[in-house]
Design a protein around this ligand. Structure first.
Ligand SMILES: Nc1ncnc2c1ncn2[C@@H]1O[C@H](COP(=O)(O)OP(=O)(O)OP(=O)(O)O)[C@@H](O)[C@H]1O
Length: 605
């Protein structure tokens, strides 16, 4: 490859990379097709627009020539034509604005729905490693930047070259020399278009990445506002935000300068063509080669030879920006999803109750295994406790059982059925999970209970709350079940939130119950209530509890002692206390901790 070919392949490869454009269009195509009517109307309006461009130029020329030639009759005929042209133009503008908005907002709406549905089905591995702020920025920024590829901008990719060709043919009829001269601007406009596109593409990519980083920073700051306050991090958080914001401002200014330069350049080219046309045209009038009206028509139309070229550059730049934004969305959409359909509550296909792990090997990192050929079996209807030091793999077993992560090898069975053969709906409907930290949605208490499953009746809800020892508290509130609990249930105490979570699990009525024991964070009274609620919940289900304090699970049917992903012992409390060193140590620490807490409390009294 010679030097010229090398440079050409570099420029074409980098800045005319149609593969990226094709990929972006591939993603948008089904959504654009959904709004095909709007795009077809825009396409129809394009023909009217081209007609109006030529008609108005023709009209000005004819009116001028009729006036100069004192042809009153012709002028009288031209007045209604002018009115019709104006009315047509106004109607087109109105229709264009409405249809253009429907087309582009419709495509964006579809894209957002599609992306959200995709994210909801992504594996936990992806969502846990990608900041929420970044995911949010796909909706608030990236999808909003696809304008360059849809609606009028999409139609413009056809409209502008078409206007250019039609106008050029028409001008050739008026004066060949003037038309050929005006053609000379094409290379200048095209070269500047390429450079403009190049610079804006780079700038666009940086802009999208920076906006995502700002969203991430804001999201983290709002979620961690209490930590920020307690560690007096306000100034630090503010400075980081202000720095990023300044960077964004500088990038936007650079982008504005680029656009200013480009459009200024375009205006300069137009002015040159305009001046040449006027000077040469005036000379032709003096030589009786052109009429005044013909020159007016020419000057009116000559601009339509410049703006399609500069406009194409603008379209190209917009196209590039949209492609860079869509590239970011595509990265998410290319991630394989866990299920074809959005999972829903599936009461018919619920399966329980026995659980079996056979030869299961798993690690979050391919190179570092957490479980190696793990074998475990839990009979139906039993209360099983998982104990072990921090990092032993207790929560990871929950993650695997709920299908949030897949084992590298081996299998997990629910009632002899491998969980990979179950739909996500069946699997997740079979398991109720009460986490250590309860997540509640903003809304009323009732809203948060009703999500447990569809069609819950009022008596059913109240009954579950009674069993969860939270009904009396709810009744004591002035709005009862209609009480707004604030974002993440901020207006409720830890114990109240947990009892609501228990009521929600009772309502879900799943055969398997996973409890991440949370009572350690509660005071004695709350703990008593939560425990009573949990005992009610465990009735008739296979329950696995992650026990952070051994005292709470002494009565479990089976206790599994985990250590660094391996089973160190299985048995009842009495058996393990006799035979298992690790369990003895855990029990001792637990006892000492309990002693320490009660001594501290006594000292404080
Ligand atoms: N999402 C994750 N990505 C990568 N590694 C993880 C993830 N979750 C847990 N781990 C790692 O897996 C190991 C087991 O963690 P796991 O949370 O299962 O332990 P645990 O027994 O529940 O601990 P704890 O009692 O402290 O909650 C740890 O080394 C942890 O760092």
């Amino acid at each position: 490859m010679n030097y010229f070919q090398h440079v050409r392949s570099l420029v074409i490869g980098k800045y005319f990379n149609l593969k990226e454009g094709r990929k972006a269009f591939g993603l948008l195509k089904p959504h654009i097709l959904k709004y095909w009517r709007e795009h077809a109307i825009l396409f129809g309006l394009l023909a009217v627009d081209i007609f109006l461009t030529i008609a108005f130029a023709w009209y000005y020329g004819n009116v001028t020539d009729a006036a100069i030639g004192s042809r009153l009759n012709q002028l009288k005929k031209l007045v209604p034509i002018g009115i019709i042209l104006i009315l047509l133009s106004i109607s087109c503008t109105f229709l264009n604005i409405v249809v253009e908005n429907r087309a582009s907002n419709g495509v964006k709406k579809e894209m957002k729905n599609y992306l959200f549905s995709h994210i909801l089905r992504l594996p936990a591995k992806y969502t846990s490693t990608h900041p929420t702020g970044e995911l949010l920025s796909h909706f608030s920024n990236d999808i909003h930047s696809v304008d360059g590829l849809i609606g009028s901008n999409l139609i413009n990719l056809i409209r502008l070259p078409l206007i250019y060709i039609v106008v050029f043919i028409y001008l050739m009829q008026i004066n060949v020399t003037l038309s050929v001269i005006s053609l000379l601007i094409a290379p200048i406009a095209l070269i500047s278009a390429v450079f403009f596109g190049m610079l804006l593409k780079k700038n666009g990519r940086q802009l999208h990445e920076l906006i995502a980083a700002i969203h991430h920073h804001l999201n983290e700051s709002f979620h961690g506002i209490s930590v920020i306050r307690s560690f007096t991090l306000e100034k630090k958080q503010y400075s980081t935000f202000a720095e990023k914001n300044e960077e964004l401002f500088q990038l936007e200014t650079a982008s504005a300068k680029l656009q200013g330069l480009y459009y200024g350049g375009g205006q300069f080219v137009s002015a040159v063509v305009y001046l040449i046309s006027i000077c040469l045209g005036s000379y032709y009038i003096s030589q009786s080669i052109l009429t005044v009206g013909a020159l007016l028509t020419f000057i009116n139309l000559v601009n339509h030879l410049v703006y399609p070229l500069t406009g194409m550059a603008g379209q190209w730049a917009g196209f590039q920006r949209s492609v860079t934004a869509l590239e970011r969305v595509l990265k998410v959409l290319e991630q394989p999803v866990e299920s074809k359909k959005l999972p829903t509550y599936d009461p018919i296909n619920k399966v329980g109750l026995s659980i079996k792990f056979t030869d299961m090997t798993f690690g979050y990192d391919e190179t570092k295994l957490l479980f190696s050929r793990l074998n475990l079996e839990f009979p139906a209807g039993k209360k099983i406790a998982l104990v072990g030091p921090s990092g032993a793999g207790k929560s990871s077993l929950f993650n695997l059982l709920q299908g949030l992560y897949q084992p590298h090898s081996g299998r997990i069975y629910l009632n002899q059925m491998p969980i990979e053969d179950l739909t996500m709906s069946a699997l997740r409907s079979s398991i109720a999970y009460v986490a250590q930290e309860t997540f509640l949605f903003a809304g009323t208490i009732e809203d948060n209970l009703m999500i447990a499953k569809p069609n819950i009746s009022q008596p059913e809800m109240i009954n579950a709350c009674k069993k969860a020892n939270i009904h009396e508290f709810i009744q004591s509130l002035s709005d009862g079940y209609q009480t707004e609990i604030g974002e993440r249930g901020i207006k409720l105490s830890g114990g109240q939130k947990q009892r609501l979570a228990v009521a929600r699990a009772i309502l879900k009525d799943s055969p398997i119950l996973l409890l991440d024991e949370a009572t350690s964070a509660l005071d004695n009274e709350s703990e008593h209530f939560v425990k009573k609620a949990l005992n009610e919940l465990m009735e008739g289900r296979t329950t696995i509890i992650i026990a952070h304090r051994l005292t709470t699970v002494r009565d479990a049917d089976i206790i599994v002692v985990l250590n660094e992903g391996r089973i160190s012992g299985i048995g009842t409390h009495e058996e393990l206390i006799r035979e298992n060193d690790l369990y003895q140590r855990l029990n001792k620490t637990d006892f000492e901790l309990k002693e320490y807490v009660s001594l501290s409390l006594a000292a404080n009294d």
